[in-house]
Structure formats: structure tokens, C-alpha cells
Design a protein around this ligand. Structure first.
Ligand code: FMN
Length: 196
């Protein structure tokens, strides 16, 4: 697909089939993440690709309940309801079968550029996954999820450098149902300034 078309038609998907994503596709999605722009050329992010639906479900339940679900005050999506829209959804990862976990250095985690570096990785990952026919959803609350001691133990079990912590999740899987249509953009969000 042409790049702008891909960017415009990608949507956040929250209903997944019980069908695993092929390993070669997951590898490409990770590759797209690590090629994202990064502040100061540090390449400071690390990406864990978790390809274990049972464990993803366990972490997702902690993720869904680690913060107040009613903070938003508006509907996120009617077609693809989020945990805020539908309180009966158990996992904040919506039954996805693979999960990208983008990590940053703990000490630098509050720096705007460091936060941004994790999210540009996530954006590269969702675009690559969409191009491969794999659906996705960026999900937050990583810090709160891993404050749970049992969840935190997983990080050392996986061998994540102790100086790193997860900052953003990327749910990955095959969509269950129809892919939602392109979403209209709010007016007045752009300006074009040019010299004569
Ligand atoms: C920084 C960021 C955090 C997000 N966190 C969540 C989340 O925790 N749970 C969720 O279901 N969707 C999350 N999303 C997805 C947004 O809800 C979604 O992008 C937005 O509603 C627009 O829909 P679209 O991606 O289909 O265009 C997040 C997106 C971004 C960019």
C-alpha cells in the first residue's frame, strides 16, 4: 500500500482472533521499531516481543485494572470498544496473541524525548504490522502494570537489563471481524505558512 494511504487507513483494533502471528512477521515488526528515529542518535529503546497468548492475557488483566477506567469521560470507540467503553473487557490487551513491549532507560524515563522515542518505535511497529496484514493497538499504563511485583519479576526472568523499564505496549494479532473504516479528522488542526 502507498505510505500515506497506509497511515490514513490504519486503525486501533481491539478484537482479535485466536490465531498466532507468524514469527517472521513479528521479527519484521520489531525491526521496524528499532529503526525509528531516536533522540541524540542514542538508540536507547529496547523492544521485547512476547509471543505467548496466555501470559499476555495475565499481564493484560493487570494492565486493565491498574488505573481508574473512568478517567476519559468520552467514548473512545464504538466499533472497537476500549476497556474504558466496555467495563466487561477483562484484558487491556484485548485478546491479542503477540505483544510488543517498548522499554526505555529508567533513569531517563520522564524526559520528553525519551518518552517520545518509545512512541515513535510503537508507531513504526503499528505501521509495519498493518502493512503485513497484522492488526494492532498501542496501549499505555506500562509503568503501572509493572509496578505489580509479580509482573515486575517477569522482567528479570526475561533478562531485561535492570536499568530498563517498559513504557508502551503494542498489541498485535489478526482482527476478529471487519476492519473499521478510515476515521474523519477534526477541522483546524493544520497550518501552512510560507514565505513570499
Ligand atoms: C499514546 C497512546 C496511548 C494509547 N493508549 C491506549 C490504551 O491504553 N488502550 C487502548 O485501547 N487504546 C489506546 N490507544 C489507542 C487510541 O485509543 C487510538 O489511537 C485512538 O482512539 C484513535 O483511533 P485509531 O488509532 O483507530 O485511529 C493509545 C494511543 C496512543 C497514541
Amino acid at each position: 500500500m502507498e505510505l500515506l494511504e497506509l497511515i490514513k487507513t490504519r486503525r486501533s483494533i481491539r478484537k482479535y482472533l485466536d490465531k498466532r502471528v507468524e514469527k517472521d512477521k513479528l521479527e519484521k515488526i520489531v525491526e521496524a521499531g528499532i529503526y525509528a528515529p531516536n533522540p541524540g542518535g542514542r538508540q536507547g529503546t529496547k523492544i521485547i516481543m512476547l509471543d505467548n497468548p496466555k501470559l499476555i492475557e495475565e499481564i493484560g488483566i493487570v494492565n486493565a485494572n491498574c488505573e481508574n477506567r473512568n478517567w476519559c469521560g468520552r467514548v473512545v470507540s464504538n466499533e472497537q470498544p476500549s476497556i474504558i467503553d466496555d467495563l466487561s473487557i477483562k484484558s487491556g490487551f484485548y485478546g491479542c496473541t503477540a505483544l510488543g513491549i517498548v522499554c526505555v532507560p529508567k533513569e531517563r524515563r520522564t524526559l520528553v524525548n525519551v518518552i517520545g522515542s518509545a512512541f515513535v518505535c510503537a508507531e513504526n511497529m503499528v505501521l509495519e504490522s498493518y502493512d503485513l496484514g497484522v492488526s494492532s493497538c498501542i496501549v499505555g499504563r506500562a509503568e503501572a502494570t509493572f509496578e505489580n511485583p509479580q509482573m515486575n519479576e517477569l522482567l528479570s526472568k526475561w533478562g531485561l537489563d535492570d536499568e530498563y523499564m517498559p513504557l508502551v505496549f503494542v498489541c498485535l494479532g489478526y482482527i476478529n471481524g471487519e476492519y473499521p473504516k478510515i476515521k474523519a479528522r477534526n477541522e483546524g488542526r493544520t497550518m501552512y505558512i510560507a514565505e513570499e
